[in-house]
Design a protein around this ligand. Structure first.
Ligand SMILES: C[S@@+](CC[C@H](N)C(=O)[O-])C[C@H]1O[C@@H](n2cnc3c(N)ncnc32)[C@H](O)[C@@H]1O
Length: 373
């Protein structure tokens, strides 16, 4: 049965709603909680206009203890709904992010990265008594250290001029036409830029996945998820924000699937080395040679390979011979065919083609992304 909460904006308190949703049903969570800014007085610009600061009731907590208890509750709820291989992103500022980081670790989440969002157009520091507050911090965490989480490494690199994407992201604040208006004024004090959500959702989820935001505000996460062909679930306390989010979502047309697929990211269908032996592509007793010509191993009947005293998978034996933690055995080993040394990877492609599956661009994907040990 389909989850009845899919593609809904749910008006309610996330510390309760998260315990009503089906357990382990969400692939990705983006949480932009109250920051507990503790603003003590009004803030004025030098030109005597008042700064529209975040002094809303939803950002008021009597003490750090009260804030921590609240965050523990919603983080426990997130942990409950997250699939074992799902991940969670949480955003905050110096006011709250360190408390959130500690709570995440206390609850068993496994922190994968912290990302600094460098605001290219920050609000100046009007009092001149501190540095300009020009960044926010995001924490990306999996449910456990063992989680096999989604991360589109190649997408990140390809969209960054073939350089590994770093953990500081330069993006502007949400301004202009993107800013949701209500009665001619900006509707929400902390609306996040769609570009930030787009990056996270593209990197850490797949078409058809479920993306949840427990503090939906005016709907940014859901809007981007819908546009990118993901399902969304949004929870928001404030009925006006819920209404604005629904109106915003009604305008969103999902992108066609042809624009959402990334051939370079296709997961390698699993072809164990034993299948090559079973199909007679590599023979029992045949010698494997490392492509650099330095090592040899013999293929045993059960698909295990042996090099002297070392026996195991093609990956493990290669790693032990080289004395490194992991090696992609498919691109390390080859066999002689027609007087030439052919890589096991090339032979594997043959088996895939025979089964009607063609894999593109695998040669640069890390072994870990191919699900190999
Ligand atoms: C920092 S804002 C999120 C803004 C959102 N990312 C956006 O782009 O519009 C936090 C939101 O959480 C909502 N909120 C506060 N406490 C909540 C709770 N217990 N359950 C659900 N929503 C809550 C507030 O009304 C506010 O809209």
């Amino acid at each position: 049965m389909q989850n009845p909460y899919l593609d809904q904006v749910i008006e309610g308190d996330c510390t309760e709603v998260l315990f009503q949703l089906p357990a382990e049903s969400v692939d990705l969570i983006f949480a932009d909680p109250p920051y507990n800014l503790q603003l003590r007085s009004e803030l004025w610009r030098p030109n005597l206009t008042k700064v529209d600061a975040v002094d809303d009731e939803w950002d008021q907590f009597a003490s750090f203890e009260e804030y921590d208890a609240f965050c523990r509750q919603w983080l426990e709820g997130c942990r409950r709904v997250l699939k074992p291989d799902g991940t969670l992103w949480v955003i905050g500022s110096y006011h709250n992010i360190f408390r959130l980081g500690r709570l995440l670790q206390d609850l068993g989440f496994w922190i994968l990265n912290s990302v600094v969002w460098v605001k290219t157009n920050p609000m100046p520091n009007f009092r001149g008594r501190r540095l300009t507050n020009s960044h926010e911090i995001l924490i990306w965490a999996s449910r456990s250290p063992e989680a096999r989480y989604s991360f589109h490494y190649k997408t990140a690199r390809s969209s960054n001029d073939d350089l590994q994407l770093r953990a500081e992201w330069h993006l502007p604040l949400c301004t202009g036409a993107e800013r949701v208006k209500w009665n001619g004024q900006k509707a929400h004090p902390t609306q996040k830029p769609e570009a930030l959500l787009q990056r996270i959702i593209l990197l850490c989820s797949n078409v058809g996945d479920v993306v949840l935001d427990p503090f939906l505000g005016v709907g940014t996460t859901a809007v981007v998820a819908k546009r990118l062909g993901r399902h969304y679930i949004g929870i928001e306390l404030d009925p006006t924000y819920c209404q604005l989010a629904r109106e915003r979502l009604a305008q969103v047309v999902p992108l066609p699937e042809t624009l959402l697929s990334y051939p370079v990211e296709q997961k390698m269908p699993r072809v164990p080395f034993g299948a090559l032996v079973e199909e007679g592509i590599v023979e029992i007793g045949e010698r494997l040679r490392s492509l650099d010509g330095r090592f040899e191993a013999v293929v045993l009947a059960n698909g295990v390979v042996q090099a002297g005293e070392i026996a195991g998978s093609i990956h493990k034996v290669a790693a032990q011979l080289l004395g490194v933690p992991s090696v992609n055995g498919w691109t390390f080993w080859g066999v002689m065919r027609g007087g030439k040394l052919r890589s096991l990877d090339a032979l594997r492609q043959e088996i895939l083609q025979k089964h009607g599956q063609v894999v593109q661009g695998t040669e640069h994907i890390q072994p870990s992304l191919l699900g190999e040990d």
